[in-house]
Design a protein. Structure first.
Length: 100
């Protein structure tokens, strides 16, 4: 209980929620840049500092459905570039390190 209380107290005292709300427009802007730059990204969405994007083929179709296993190449390529993320079907979850 003491650890939980200390964590919540710190979040309130340092206004973590206010910081997230201030950073959301930056996250939205960066997600829009990714969508514009990469033809394989069909759409990107952001809520707070959590975001995600949908991967598609060259015809704009999702590479697979959300309930299907993700394409191994996505996870492998991200890992090789030092990125770790949750990949579910055609959707890749992303967020910045929360220490920002």
């Amino acid at each position: 209980m003491a650890i939980g209380y200390a964590a919540v107290k710190h979040q309130v005292e340092t206004d973590v929620l206010g910081h997230v709300q201030a950073m959301e427009p930056i996250m939205e802007e960066e997600m829009a840049k990714l969508v514009a730059k990469h033809k394989c990204i069909k759409e990107g969405r952001v809520h707070g500092l959590a975001g995600g994007f949908d991967v598609c083929d060259k015809h704009g179709r999702f590479i697979n459905q959300t309930h299907e296993a993700p394409q191994p190449i996505i996870r492998q390529t991200m890992f090789e570039e030092g990125l770790i993320s949750i990949v579910k079907g055609h959707h890749v979850h992303c967020c910045p390190p929360l220490i920002i």
